[in-house]
Structures are given as C-alpha cells and as structure tokens.
Design a binder for this molecule. Structure first.
Ligand code: FES
Ligand SMILES: [Fe+2]
Length: 364
C-alpha cells in the first residue's frame, strides 16, 4: 500500500499548493445532477451516490421529487428499497415512514408513551435540463447558490444530446482532458491531424477560461464533426475571422463552445459535470449536454444526428480509455508524478485544488 503523499507545487503565479489534487474531494456546496429525470419513475425511488454518500431520490405519484439520506434512521438499511405512498417514503424493513423533509412521521408499532425518533438528512432538490439536481452540501446555502444557466438547452435552434457515463477516474482528470486541446493526437483516427493554437487564458476566483483556434495539418474533416460544427472544418480564416473554441471550468462545471469563423452563435455548446461516485472519488458519473446548432435546412438535424452520435461516442470513448489509464498509473505509483508543462492546465489544477475539500476519509 502506498502512503499518503502531499505534494508541494508552485504554480505559474507562485502560489504553493499543499494538497494532492487527486485526493481532493469535489466541493459538495453546489447543485449537482445526480440522475436523469426519466430514470426516476412516478411512485418510485432511485438510489444514487455522491462521493460515497448514499442519497435516495423519490418521485411521488403527485408532487415534487425529493432527496433524502439513503439510510433508514432505524437500522440504516437503504431507503431506496422502500415504498412510496403519497408523499411518504416507507422503509421496507419495519415501515418507519418519512416525509419529504426526512422527518420520521410514523412508526407503526410505536408505544403511546414514546415520541417519534429522529429522521434522516434531507437535501434540496430540483429538476432541470432532463436531470434531477441535488444540493449535496450545507443545506443553508442551497437557496443562494447559483443554479446552472444553460440557455441553448431551451433554444429551438439547438438539438441536445445527453451524455451519461460512469468513468473510473478522479473528476480532475476529466477537467484536464477537456481543457487541454494539445491532445488532438489521441483523436487522430477520428479527426485526422489537427493542431490547436492557444489564444488566451483568463482566470477568476472560481473559474478559468481558455481560447483556442485550430489548423488542419493533414487529412479530411470527418463527417460527424462536419455535421456538428457545420462547414468545411479546414480551419482556415474566413474574411480574416478564425474559428474559436472557448473551454471554461466554472467550478464545478465545465463548458466548451465552438464558433466557426464569422458566426456569433456557437455551433457547439457543451456542458459537463463530473460527480464523484465513491468515497475515495476514484470514479465519476459524467453527465453532459451536447447542444448542437441545427443547420438551416428544416429537419436535416434528424438525418445527420446518427453521425453526430457516432462521432461523439468515438471521441468520448478515446478520452475515457486514456483518463482511466491515467487514474490507474496514479494508483500504481501512489502519487501524481505529472510533469505538467502547459500553464493553462497548471492553473486549472490549482483552481480545482483550491476549490476542493478534503476527502471524507481524510476528515475521519
Ligand atoms: S430499518 Fe427501516 S424501519 Fe427498521
Ligand atoms: Fe479528447
């Protein structure tokens, strides 16, 4: 077994980073999509997990979805095995009943002289963009914490694909993978030879944004990409304008927008978030929305959609293999031995470390 390493790094701005990013927890004080809305049927429950914390989602036949700690207050069995009755959740074992605030409101065999026992933790919960979002942290902060704003999702000019994958790596590898466009070589079989040029890096307290443009060095634009971002894709300036890609980590979310030269609305608007599943945060549930601007011809988007799906699956498949390999290498060596030479990624690692929290195992 490896011992716990604490790395000391100095970033481009001279800040020293004492914590090991790969052993840093994702800050729970945010709104996280923990399930797809369609996977939670009326009158049913769904057991999910955020960083090892079990959460049960409940959709009553009538009324809003709610989220509780997925452990009965009696003997800690999972409440997702229970029964939904009206707006109550009945534990499957001794039928203790919980309301949508997690209070225990009935114990069938309670003696008259006894008071009702304590209930379970409840979480703020709301549905949007095809997901059930849960505020996983300090509930006092839920109402004032920004909820993701994704205007392209409801814009009829875009068609959305929902991405849903469990990936066996720490969420930080996901952020780095999307933001570091110097890895186009990985996608050479699907994209040919493309060179990314870094244009700008901007940074705030809880965000980092990177601009790129691209040049095709060899090969042809693949069909899937062509359908997704529109014309040519040879990445040559049009009337002095260049293609622009902006990738932003707006903690804890990530987005990628791509504008073809001379356009004002992005051809591609991607939003991703990577929720840790297990307590050590060595795997993540990736949810994404790939919002693609429809071509001018009505209905054409439906014809080309299968190519877009094929292409995006191919790219994500390649990324998935490589980030899971990174996690395995980290686990074998017990430490982050990366020689990160790209300043944007050094800054990103600092941002993720700065905004993260100690893992539950480190707090215990
Ligand atoms: S374990 Fe839940 S009611 Fe007993
Ligand atoms: Fe990639």
């Amino acid at each position: 077994m490896s011992s716990v390493h604490t790395l000391h790094r100095i970033d481009a701005t001279g800040r020293s980073d004492q914590r090991d990013l790969r052993r840093t927890g994702l800050d729970p004080d945010h709104w996280y999509p923990l399930a797809r809305s369609r996977d939670l049927k009326p009158g049913k429950t769904l057991g999910v997990s955020f960083g090892g914390e079990p959460i049960v989602l409940v959709r009553p036949q009538k009324g809003a979805v709610f989220a509780l700690e997925d452990r009965c207050a009696h003997r800690q069995v999972p409440l997702h095995l229970g029964v939904v009755k009206g707006e109550r959740l009945l534990c499957s074992y001794h039928c203790w009943a919980y309301n949508n605030k997690g209070q225990c409101i009935n114990v069938p065999y309670l003696d008259e002289k006894q008071t009702l026992p304590n209930g379970v933790r409840s979480y703020a919960c709301r549905e949007a963009y095809g997901f059930v979002f849960v505020f996983t942290g300090n509930q006092a902060l839920a109402a004032t914490t920004a909820f993701p704003d994704l205007p392209s999702y409801s814009n009829p000019a875009y068609k959305t694909r929902l991405l849903d994958r469990t990936i066996n790596c720490h969420y930080s590898f996901m952020h780095e993978n999307l933001m570091d466009m110097n890895h186009q070589f990985l996608h050479r079989s699907l994209m040919g030879s493309i060179r990314a040029t870094l244009l700008d890096v901007r940074e705030g307290e809880d965000w980092l944004e990177v601009d790129y443009t691209f040049a095709r060095a060899a090969g042809k634009q693949p069909l899937g990409e062509r359908f997704m971002i529109g014309r040519g894709g040879n990445y040559v300036p049009v009337d002095g304008q260049i293609d622009l890609m902006t990738i932003r980590t707006s903690y804890p979310y990530q987005s990628l927008k791509f504008w073809t030269a001379g356009t004002t609305e992005p051809a591609l608007d991607l939003w991703n978030v990577y929720m840790p599943v297990d307590g050590e945060q060595r795997s993540n549930q990736t949810y994404g929305l790939i919002m693609v601007r429809k071509p001018g011809v009505p209905g054409l988007i439906h014809l080309i959609w299968p190519f877009i799906i094929w292409f995006t699956n191919g790219i994500f498949g390649q990324d998935r293999k490589i980030v899971e390999a990174e996690q395995r290498a980290f686990d074998e060596q017990g430490a982050d031995r990366n020689q990160e030479i790209f300043p944007a990624i050094q800054r990103l690692k600092n941002l993720l470390t700065r905004k993260g929290v100690p893992l539950a195992s480190a707090r215990a």
